[in-house]
Design a protein. Structure first.
Length: 67
């Protein structure tokens, strides 16, 4: 089985389904992506950009949540 990994082009909805720990990371950053209409179309990279987050830091937190 391949190791789960969240990448910049990972869809937000897909990432949120990977683990409830990922949901907690979104909450930590006060992101309301869980209820956002664009959650199905938006990527992690776009979510970081639109919310003023540093992509590398956000990705590290998300992937650490999968461990």
């Amino acid at each position: 089985m391949d190791k789960m990994e969240i990448k910049p082009d990972t869809n937000v909805a897909e990432a949120l389904r990977m683990s409830k720990n990922v949901v907690e990371v979104f909450k930590k950053y006060n992101l309301d992506c869980i209820t956002c209409k664009g959650v199905v179309e938006e990527t992690i990279e776009k979510a970081a950009f639109h919310n003023g987050l540093t992509l590398d830091v956000f990705l590290k937190d998300l992937n650490d949540a999968l461990k």
